[in-house]
Design a protein around this ligand. Structure first.
Ligand SMILES: OCN(O)CCCc1ccccc1
Ligand code: NI
Length: 175
């Protein structure tokens, strides 16, 4: 099972690369990796497992955070209407988005960032995102609120972007 030691931190080059498209249909290896990423998120949100394995709670995880330069990420998040969005996606991309932006109250965090960085992170309020699932099916998701924010945070990781890059007048650390 994946634990925090498998997650690379700021300064690791993988976090600043543009990840490569995954060849479809996904290989058994890529599917297993993505399944493990989704499992990590579920484990991290289970108080007993998280405490036992010292997992930081996460609602998303992108392959570059494991040092894997591939365009795939997992999301396991519930919205304010208690709808669960649980996906492992290959080659996700935003195909439509609102002009309107929003931000997560209290700012964002990242499993690859061991420090609190305050500040609003602007995100599109609504997005349409397409990708390929673990079952090798194309999916089109229309997202808003917290799920939309999380998917945008994960997509940024596939493009070497960290959430604090988007905070206005944030003094960039050399990482
Ligand atoms: O890349 C995922 N990750 O570092 C875990 C945190 C995910 C996340 C946290 C706040 C807002 C959006 C996404
Ligand atoms: Ni992150």
């Amino acid at each position: 099972m994946l634990t925090m030691k498998d997650i690379v931190r700021e300064g690791h080059p993988a976090l600043r690369q543009v990840a490569e498209e995954v060849l479809l249909p996904p290989s058994d290896e890529d599917k297993e990796t993505l399944r493990q990423m989704l499992e990590f998120l579920k484990n991290s949100q289970d108080p007993e497992i998280a405490e036992q394995y010292e997992l930081r709670s996460g609602v998303g995880l992108a392959a570059p955070q494991l040092g894997i330069n591939k365009r795939m990420f997992a999301v396991h998040v519930t919205d304010d209407k208690d709808n669960l969005y649980s996906y492992g996606l290959f080659n996700p991309k935003i195909t439509r988005h609102s002009v309107e932006t929003t931000h997560l109250e209290g700012g964002e965090g990242c499993l690859s960032v061991d420090r609190d960085i305050p500040g609003d992170v602007p995100r599109y309020k609504r997005i349409t995102l397409e990708g390929t699932t673990l079952e090798n099916e194309k999916v089109r998701l229309r997202l808003r609120e917290l799920p939309a924010i999380v998917f945008q945070h994960e997509l940024d990781h596939l493009n070497g972007i960290m959430f604090y890059d988007r905070i206005e007048d944030y003094a960039p650390e050399t990482d």
